[in-house]
Design a protein around this ligand. Sequence first.
Ligand SMILES: NC(=O)c1ccc[n+]([C@@H]2O[C@H](COP(=O)([O-])OP(=O)(O)OC[C@H]3O[C@@H](n4cnc5c(N)ncnc54)[C@H](O)[C@@H]3O)[C@@H](O)[C@H]2O)c1
Ligand SMILES: O=C(O)[C@H](O)COP(=O)(O)O
Length: 531
Amino acid sequence: MTKPKVLVSDKLSETAVNIFRDNGCDVDFQPDLGKDKDALLAVIDQYDGLAIRSATRVTEKIIDAATNLKVIGRAGIGVDNVDIKAASRRGIIVMNTPFGNSITTAEHAISMMMAVARQIPSADASTQAGKWEKSKFMGVELTGKTLGLIGAGNIGSIVADRAQGMKMRVVAFDPYLTDEKAERLGIEKVEMDELLARADFITLHTPLTDKTKNIIDAAAIAKMKDGVRIVNCARGGLIVEADLAEAIKSGKVAGAGIDVFEVEPATDSVLFGLPNVVCTPHLGAATTEAQENVAVQVAEQMAAYLTRGAVSNALNMPSITAEEAPRLTPFVKLAETLGSFVGQVTESAIKDVQILYDGHVSEMNTKALSSAVLAGLLRPQMADVNMVSAPVMASERGIRLMEINRAKSGVFDGYIRIDVTTATTTRSIAGTVFSDGKPRFIQIKGINMEAEAGPHMLYTTNGDTPGIIGKLGTMFGEAGINIANFYLGRNKPGGDAIALVELDAPVPDDFLEKLQGHPDITSAKPLEFTF
Ligand SMILES: NC(=O)c1ccc[n+]([C@@H]2O[C@H](COP(=O)([O-])OP(=O)(O)OC[C@H]3O[C@@H](n4cnc5c(N)ncnc54)[C@H](O)[C@@H]3O)[C@@H](O)[C@H]2O)c1
Ligand SMILES: O=C(O)[C@H](O)COP(=O)(O)O
């Protein structure tokens, strides 16, 4: 088997290279390549994995050219430099390392807060310039002051903890912060306007999203206390730099610590040179410890996915641990097969997909299984869809997904049933996995049967009349088509009957037409399954 090939296109610790190699991947370490988008574009089709930090911009154009890419690994937290939508559509997993640099970044935010409180950079420059400007650099204490956190996730929580150690009172605005977590952290949850009105120091710890972009603008600054100090070690674009610059000049804002900029690298900024503005070049994650953490973690995660199918910390796919992967894999295959069956017999737009997980299957990673059902269902329409892209494709097509988990309710220890509804009908199929690890159909259209899924199958429906099975068998024989397996089922004597026929090769077109024109056969559909 050829080894997966990984490109490291940013400045990652070289430990990552060894981890990739030790875990069965070939790796190209080109730490400056990511900054040159044309160079990246020219080589990206050679790689199965791309490991990056924030300097590589993985645009839709890069993703379109990345015909072999399976995983993008961000050694760090923010993934705003990756077009996740485009990656998902192409079935490429995007993973990050959500905790590896959080302590380091929180410490940087605290350092910035202290540097701004005591004007340390300017005092240092002045002192080293031979001036002794003791009265010029009057600072403020942190003890007893109110810190307002905008965003109280991983980094915000650590900042809160460290600030409390310095006897600050901490309030936070974060719509997704639960009351229980706020209580556990010992912080007061407040609305944005209250935070702006009460905080002596404001630090930002949110991702850059449509909602957080420009969250600190002139209007927000106007609601702040006079003499407030602001720190941004999260993302450029959260603060409108021109508005902050005006507020610094007017004295409304007494200082700012800025690690991240609207445009990076920031070689020029309206904030440069203003009094008590402390700037660093996106150094939040820049410690030996954090860089080692994120490099090791991203390499382990990517290699685990490329060589063993384990998924962790993916932003566009449910996690699958290396331990559960072997047990889950046959059920993923089953889920895809059930989806594929219905996808192949459905020729109109799908509205709803209901997936029932019964018995022990309901305790598995059903998110991953649902992605597999959708992938199987959509593949007849979209050849390249996979478990990553299927949920996006389904939602873009307005397909509603509903999952039901249920305790064991029948003879099987566990099974999956899917009901797929179009404008005119609902199709239903159920299946399970036996100890041989192979998918079995156990019910089609509510009719019980037990059929092993094979690569080439024919599905027929007919009225339950005497002699039909013999007629079918004769037709196959006369056409010289060998039957590998023949499975039958009916809802009641004389009612609806179905047959699933496994063949050694795909059903020839002329034979299919003959079957479809036969007066005793209601429908005949060829089915192909890839395992
Ligand atoms: N400067 C650096 O080098 C550096 C290093 C690491 C992380 N970061 C950035 O820091 C940010 C936070 O990282 P994290 O690990 O704490 O992420 P996180 O996901 O743990 O926390 C983000 C928090 O922001 C909150 N949030 C989302 N939308 C919000 C809104 N509209 N208003 C208020 N809060 C909102 C979320 O509920 C969440 O609690 C990320 O953008 C990350 O990229 C920067
Ligand atoms: O989101 C992050 O992890 C930080 O912004 C760090 O970015 P960097 O890896 O480019 O330093």
